[in-house]
Design a protein around this ligand. Structure first.
Ligand code: MN
Length: 260
């Protein structure tokens, strides 16, 4: 609704015109309803594949800008986490969690954080920021909040097939010393960790004849996830915890209060 003052101004506007004669809009012409801009979506996926890493996804122009962060995000502004720019992903990937049984990215992926994001003031032109190699932004996830920056430190060249960036937390009330990847390792979608996701997947047996990676730390981690998943599958109650929770939430309450 226009304010009193605006109405007065509109009266002045109207007084100067004969709307039977001018094609200009009259003072009562309704303004179009402001289009509520849909907030941009944000996710981080914890992905055990050729190695454990965290995939940062920021919605932009209908796709997800993506960076693979080997050590995962850190809330400590002193940490500069390597973030390798990877190919844009389709928008729907923002909800994905599950087992990739074979091929590219084979392994287990947890939706580790999820929410919305916005570019910082002065970085609203995200395309320009990417071209320049600096994007200040604020995720509003479950685990990651406040002000962050992505800074490109290396362009694609003959030696480096992918752009290298750093992901850094700015000092604010959401910064801190807590190691967020170990403090909050689980999925924000199903509340379990990688083993729960593997155990609950239709591809639960995908790695029965061997993990996608055998050697080193990654091989060790795969073996642990696979054996933990087997143990979980052997006692179904442990598996169903998160499903029960969801079912409870979805079930209508029987009290009259809930019906209002
Ligand atoms: Mn990945």
């Amino acid at each position: 609704m226009p304010s009193k003052d605006a109405k007065k101004k509109l009266k002045e506007y109207a007084a100067k015109r004969d709307f039977k004669k001018t094609p200009e809009p009259g003072p009562e012409a309704p303004a179009p309803k402001p289009k509520k801009a849909k907030p941009l979506q944000f996710a981080v996926q914890k992905h055990l594949a050729s190695h454990l890493h965290y995939d940062l996804r920021l919605e932009h122009n209908g796709v997800l800008l993506s960076w693979a962060v080997p050590k995962g995000p850190s809330l400590n502004p002193a940490d500069k986490r390597m973030a390798v720019r990877t190919e844009d992903h389709p928008f729907m990937y923002v909800e994905f969690e599950g087992v990739i049984p074979s091929g590219y990215g084979a392994g287990v992926m947890a939706l580790w954080d999820r929410g919305t994001w916005e570019p910082a003031q002065g970085f609203e032109d995200v395309g320009k920021a990417l071209a320049k190699g600096e994007l200040k932004f604020s995720p509003n996830g479950v685990k990651l909040k406040g002000s962050w920056v992505l800074v490109r430190i290396r362009r694609k060249d003959e030696e480096s097939r992918q752009e290298q960036w750093l992901m850094i937390k700015h000092r604010d009330e959401w910064a801190g010393d807590v190691d967020i990847t170990t403090f909050a390792p689980q999925s924000v979608k199903t509340f379990g960790d990688l083993a729960n996701i593997l155990a609950g997947s239709k591809h639960a047996n995908a790695f029965e004849h061997g993990a996608p990676v055998q050697g080193g730390e990654t091989g060790k981690l795969f073996r642990k996830v696979i054996s933990d998943a087997k143990a979980l599958a052997a006692k179904p109650t442990a598996l169903k915890t998160s499903k029960k929770k969801t079912a409870k939430k979805a079930a209508p309450k029987k009290t009259s209060k809930a019906r209002k």
